[in-house]
Design a protein around this ligand. Sequence first.
Ligand code: SF4
Ligand code: SF4
Length: 246
Amino acid sequence: MMDKLKLAVFELTDCGGCALNILFLYEKLFDLLEFYEITEFHMATSLSEGSHYDVALVTGTVSSQRDLALLKEARNHSDYLIALGTCATHGSVQASVEGSIREKLKRVYGDEGNPMRALDSKPVVEYVAVDFALPGCPYDKNEVYQVLIDIAKGIEPVKKDYPVCVECKLNEYECVLVKKGLPCLGPITYGGCNAACIRSGLGCIGCRGPLPGEVNPASEYEILKDLGYDDDYIIRKFKTFARWEP
Ligand code: SF4
Ligand code: SF4
């Protein structure tokens, strides 16, 4: 029998949902354990000397010097690093906060006030090269399962580069933007969740992050304006995950 691959999970600053989501694979987790041995499940501690991982999953944003040090160690000790979840791929909600964290801490605690050695929250992809980026808040656990199985079988996992709208069409879901006038950011958001919110009759809030390339946030803005949403509402909607301002 082939040797199992060493898998590590590193959690930087986040809500804990992405790391927990791995455990929610339930029986599929046992399928993964046919190929992988989980050797680390870190929550911001240092790695042991000589550690080496075939695959590292990193969740969360870099929001402190401690996060940054752990991320660099994870990168240096792993062959294949996956930025997992929208915090790691795009910075998520905490990176949408305006203003410098240092200035804010200084206002509250004075010159000595940065006990956590906080940094402005940024996604993992801004600090290190990653081999795969899998967004979602949280990510679709079936997607990470498939990515890990592909890697174990020596197949390069498929990168999804289409908007959520494509998944609505494939599933034949009625468009909630056009038919119900709901504020749906599906046209400018990375697909891969199988249009989960639209399946439940809700609009997409863009949790998988903005799709680069040919998508057109300006046209999405115009559509929402035509539907009667005011500027404040639309700008707040865009700022959370999409980082776009008209
Ligand atoms: S419901 Fe949203 S994601 Fe689905 S097709 Fe319409 S705009 Fe696109
Ligand atoms: S539909 Fe949009 S908000 Fe909902 S899970 Fe998918 S990307 Fe996230």
